[in-house]
Structure formats: C-alpha cells, structure tokens
Design a protein around this ligand. Structure first.
Ligand code: SAH
Length: 250
C-alpha cells in the first residue's frame, strides 16, 4: 500500500495565494516537505502533519534533489497523503520533473496542484498587464540558470522573441544578463523592472532600463526577485511613476 504524493504550488509568497485545493490537501496531509520560501502560515495549514523543510533558497545541488526524491518515495510507503509544497507553481523552474520521474519509476501515485507563479503576482503588484493591448502579445518566462548539458544561450533567444519577458533567478547575474541581451540586439533603452517579494507586504520595485540593469540590481535584494523586461513597463520607468507607486505602498 502506498499513499499519494501531491506536488502543490504554494503561490508566490502571500499566505492567502494558495489554491483551495492545495489548502485542503495540506489540511489532510500526514507529512509535508516544503521549500524554504513558502510562507509559514501556509505550512501551518498542515496542522496534523510532520513538517520537513527541504531545499536551500537557491542553487539546490542535484545531490540534495536526489535526497528529496528518495524521501518522497519513502514517505509515500508510510503515509496516505504526502505533500511536496513548492513556491509559486510547481511546474515552473521547480525541479518538478525530477520528482515526478522518480515517483513514477517507483510506482508511487502523484498529482500536481498548480499555483500562482511569481511573474503573475509581480504583474498584479505593478498593476501592469504582461500583455497590454497594442504593446505586447507575447510573454516569455526564462531563467539564465542552466542545468547540466543545457544550451546557455537559448534563454536569450526566447527573451528577444517575446514582447515581455520575466527572468527568474536572474538578479544575482544582472550584469551578464544585461550584456547578453544587448549584444544579441535588445535595445539598451528597453524598460526593466526588478520586483522583490511579489505579493508580500514588503514588496519592492525598482525600475530602469536594460543598460542600467547592473546598477539597479546592485541595490541589494535580499528576498526573491524577478527581472521584468519590455515596453509595457515604459511608464513605470519614469521616476514620477515609481515615486507614485512607492507612495501607494510598495
Ligand atoms: N516555481 C516558482 C519559481 C521558482 S525559481 C514560481 O512559479 O514562482 C525561484 C525564483 O522565482 C526566484 O529566484 C525569483 O526570481 C522568483 N520568485 C519566487 N518568489 C518570488 C517573489 N515573491 N517575488 C519575486 N520573485 C519571486
């Protein structure tokens, strides 16, 4: 007899941005393995579960990932409801496939519960549509972070092809992102926004241009942050717009 492993999206940060399905599963969970970034109030929904923090903030090593995979399989052999709680949506930049493959190979039942990804929460905070009519008809979600054997350049092609781009896990390498995109032909004047702690009370936004990105990224972002890029952010880049938004609370 094995239980089911639920890969549940915890949403971008705010404790009430988890889905009802996710919250109900947490209430039934026997054991929860959660990412470091998940809000403690969401983890606390799993009132009667054993709660195990897994994974570092960023740069999880594959050895650690293998260990998580194994623990999920082991947990499913002992418990009925196993929840693997992941930040944002589990299927975006979350190593979900490795966990799914491992569960499938071990014959463990699994289900995936989607969550609100941080790019969508960031857009809500900014009040700027990713697909503003007349300006943007395409969005790419990219990361410059590569896994073994991946082409390090293909995120640049995706960012060039789309009208709006959200770059995950990129703030730490803002200088190389800026130069790679400019070298590939993206104008240095392209509007850029860095949004930290989307959906949380301490969310912070800094706006500038692609040419400025290394400088604005150096302002010290301790929380998780996204780089957003595209003409939809042109108004935000004007200092007055940024001031007005700061006065409005972020
Ligand atoms: N599965 C997650 C992404 C995991 S990768 C999702 O769907 O959102 C981790 C990256 O997500 C971080 O480096 C950062 O770029 C972004 N991120 C996660 N939470 C965030 C938040 N609250 N605000 C801004 N960016 C966030």
């Amino acid at each position: 007899m094995t239980g089911t492993v639920y890969l549940v999206g915890a949403g971008p940060g705010a404790p009430d941005l988890v889905t009802l399905r996710g919250a109900r599963l947490l209430e039934q969970a026997d054991i929860v393995f959660h990412d470091a970034l998940v809000h403690p109030e969401i983890v606390a929904l799993a009132a009667s579960a054993e709660k195990i923090p897994v994974g570092k903030r960023c740069g999880r090593h594959s050895a650690a990932q293998k260990f998580i995979n194994k623990r999920l399989v082991d947990a499913a052999r002992k418990h009925r409801v196993v929840v693997r709680l992941k930040g944002g949506d589990p299927m975006l930049f979350g190593r979900a496939q490795e966990e799914i493959e491992c569960l499938a190979a071990a014959g463990v039942r699994y289900e995936i519960v989607p969550g609100v990804t941080s790019a969508l929460a960031a857009s809500a905070d900014l009040g700027t549509s990713l697909t503003r009519r007349g300006v943007s008809r395409s969005v790419s979600l990219v990361t410059p972070r590569t896994g073994e054997g991946e082409d390090p350049g293909n995120w640049v092609r995706a960012a060039l092809a789309a009208d709006t781009t959200a770059i995950y896990m990129g703030v730490g390498e803002a200088a190389s992102i800026s130069s790679a995109l400019i070298a590939a032909g993206k104008p240095a004047a392209t509007p850029v926004v860095i949004l930290e702690n989307a959906s949380l009370p301490d969310s912070r936004c800094v706006a500038g241009t692609l040419g400025d990105l290394p400088r604005i990224a150096a302002q010290g972002f301790a929380g998780p942050a996204l780089i957003l890029l595209g003409d939809v952010y042109r108004e935000l880049v004007s200092a007055t717009a940024v001031q007005a938004r700061k006065a409005a609370g972020f």
